[in-house]
Write a protein that binds this ligand. Structure first.
Ligand code: PSU
Ligand code: MN
Length: 305
């Protein structure tokens, strides 16, 4: 028997009326930002979606229950718990449920649960990818495998250059995951709009993006679509400063022997500290911008069903 999903009343209502829904991840709340900004940001992201006519579905595991749509109190709880909540990728789901634990879902687990819940669009900040030095460490995010398998479109601001973005693009090509640039032909690099790499295609209209998703899945192709939405120019960080912070964080991670699933949260936190509040402010702005675009795409996609 399939495991049951606990929907929030709001998401249940949206499903009943075929109202567009956008999924949100919870690792960004627990591991991506400090309290209380994480809770404020998660709540505001949901409100941006609501104001733009779609229903938010923040996804997490609470006491072993798969939740699609959280209450304000549940979001506040995850935000306060922070790093003590287990970072949960696809691999970890059976264990978290077995032990009745709280799990903050990464992009991979959030995509997987979104697909179970029949939600096609998911907004986040940045995705995981191929880590620098992966030729030795083999550290490649489960997010990429998920994008290869699971039919969800992920709106993000590209990926941070803590990763090897060139190798990340190569793996995505191998796995047939299209990377669409929204109003740009350049792959954004999270805090900056220019990674120096090209996306696969530029699309300028949410309607076209929705149609591309539909085409992919109508063809019977498995897997997701990445919609890379550059950080708005006014919030971009200075690339020399961010580059230096990333190099510094990578050096510290190496010195301290950080590895496995700890790597990404460690690097994110160090970058935040090294840049002062600047990286956090940019992170919040680009996430809101992704929520806005996700709402436009979700509404268009709904009209195609
Ligand atoms: N990159 C970011 N911010 C994040 C993450 C990645 O810029 O919060 C989180 C996401 O939840 C993503 C996860 O799915 O880290 C990837 O972790 P790993 O590299 O261990 O696969
Ligand atoms: Mn990893």
């Amino acid at each position: 028997m399939a495991l049951s999903i606990a929907y929030s009343p709001e998401v249940l209502e949206a499903k009943k009326h075929s109202h567009p829904i956008v999924a949100l991840e919870s690792t960004i709340i627990s591991h991506g930002m400090p309290y209380p900004q994480n809770v404020e940001t998660a709540l505001e992201a949901e409100d941006i979606l609501r104001r733009n006519g779609v229903t938010p579905a923040t996804i997490a595991i609470l006491k072993g229950v798969v939740k699609v749509g959280l209450t304000r109190d549940e979001i506040d709880y995850l935000g306060r718990q922070g790093l003590s909540v287990m970072k949960t990728s696809r691999r970890d789901l059976p264990y978290i449920i077995l032990k009745g634990l709280d799990g903050a879902t990464t992009v991979s687990a959030t995509m997987f649960i979104s697909a179970l819940a029949d939600i096609a669009v998911f907004a986040t900040g940045g995705i995981g990818g191929v880590h620098r030095g992966a030729e030795n460490s083999f550290d490649i995010s489960a997010d990429l495998e998920e994008l290869a398998k699971t039919k969800v479109a992920v709106v993000c601001a590209g990926a941070k250059s803590i990763l090897d973005l060139e190798k990340t693009m190569e793996v995505l090509e191998t796995k047939a995951v299209p990377v669409v640039g929204y109003k740009t032909h350049i792959l954004p690099a999270f805090y900056t709009s220019d990674s120096g790499l090209e996306v696969n295609y530029q699309l300028n209209h949410p309607q076209e993006i929705a149609q591309l998703m539909k085409n992919k899945w109508d063809l019977g192709l498995e897997g997701g679509v990445i919609i890379a939405n550059p950080i708005p120019q006014e919030y971009e960080l200075d690339s020399a400063i961010i580059h230096q912070a990333i190099e510094e964080a990578l050096k510290e991670a190496k010195e301290q022997g950080v590895h496995g699933k700890e790597t990404t949260p460690f690097l994110l936190q160090r970058i935040k500290t090294i840049t002062g509040g600047n990286s956090l402010a940019a992170n919040i702005k680009l996430f809101y911008n992704n929520c806005l675009l996700a709402s436009l795409i979700a509404k268009e996609y709904q009209t195609l069903l």
